[in-house]
Structures are given as C-alpha cells and as structure tokens.
Design a protein. Sequence first.
Length: 265
Amino acid sequence: MNERKAVFFDVDGTLFKQGKNVPKSTIRAIAKIRENGHLAFVCTGRSRVMVPKTPILDIGFDGVVAACGMYADYQGKLLFAEEMRQEVLDDILPVLQRTETMYILEGTEYIYYDENTIGNAIDDWYIDAIRTMIPGHFIPVPKDSCKIRASKVSIQVPPQRAHEVIEAAKKNFQILLHYDNIGEIVPKGYTKASGIRRVCELLGIDRADTIAVGDSINDVDMLQFAGCGIAMGNATEPAKEIADYVTTDIFEDGIWNAMAHMGLL
C-alpha cells in the first residue's frame, strides 16, 4: 500500500448535475488532492467525446476512463480505446431498428444516431444537449456499418419491446438499465471496474490505493472493486449499500467531505 491514492470520480450525479454548475467545493477538493500528490481521474459511462472540457475537464484531472471501461487516457496520452467488433454491430443493429428503439452509438470521436428513431426520444433536451456539446460530431449512422467506430450503445426502448431487445442483446452485451426501458448496452467484460483495473495495471497502481466515488447503478461495480468505494449522499440505494462510506449530497460539499474523510486534503 502506498500513501499516494488514485481517485476515480463518476461524472453525472457525482461531479455535477445537468443544468447546474459544478460545486465550488468539488473543484477545490480535486485541486487540493492533486496538490497533495494524489491522482484524480474521471470515470464515466459517457464516451470520451461526451466528456466536455467545460465544465468537467477544466476542473483538472490526471486522466479519463470513459465508455464504461472501454477507453482511458493519462496525462493527455491514450492508454487504450476499444471498439465494438463488426459482427457484434451487425448482430444488434437490425434488432434495434426492427423494434423502433431509439439508439445512439457512442464512440471516441463521434456519436451516431439513427435518423428513423431519433424522434422517438422521450427527452428531447438530451438530444439537444448532445448537439450543442459536440457540434459536428453528432452524425447519422453510416449506411456502411464498417465505418462505425463505437464503444457502447445508449438505448430507449418502446416498453412493449424491451424484453425482445434485452434477450437479443444478452448474447454479446451486458445491459445497464437506469429505468425500465432506458439504459446502455456495453460489450461483455467491460465495466467501470474493468477500466480502473486496466489503468492500475498500466500505471503500476495497487488496487488497495484506489478510491471510487459514484452515485448510480452503473457505479456499483467500481465502488465494489476499489480499495474504498464512496457513495454520494444523493446516490441510489444499491450504490449506498455496496459503498464503504456514504458522503453528503453533491450540493452539500459531498466531494470535499469525502476527500476529507479519506485524509487526502
């Protein structure tokens, strides 16, 4: 075990919430732990292109783990970037199209949408936010699937077709449902925890020296894997139950209090 820790922070619900600013205490806490010699990483289900400079990367991080463990960089240098195999794409895309599932293929550089189903999105603000965040990088799915470079798929399934999509996806994917019919599908074997594990192997970081901070169902695996798992006060019950420590709400200095509890400040 080393005195230097590597802290992996989820984004949505942990560092910030859509439509609100990153708490000033969060920015101060991350700057302080880095000043004290610790490493700070973003660890998100978002694809890399969906991790914006403002307001996230401007906080100041040593690296990014993105796309549920399929991508990582450190100090501006790529560590790894995995993509879905061609045969996997060719297997799942017809199912999504047949079931009129709204789907978005998320890659390192581009987000691809299906022109026939994009109108089925319940939350237009989400689509509008993507267009605003990455103008020029939100493009229609190419007719030739060989041109697609994607790591994961975000889906919104018609409720009556959810079972059909889930059954078809089971072969090659693990399914993370945030609601009954809204979630993401990721190639089997990839999670936030697998991304952290691989980063640790590449950088020579002991698992015991890792800390993961999150709030949602897709953070449970990394909270369980890390040397210490911290759930936000606003976290879901599954995240709180698996965590070693539950801090305060994101807007009640949750990150600052978590880092203080760990003695990193």
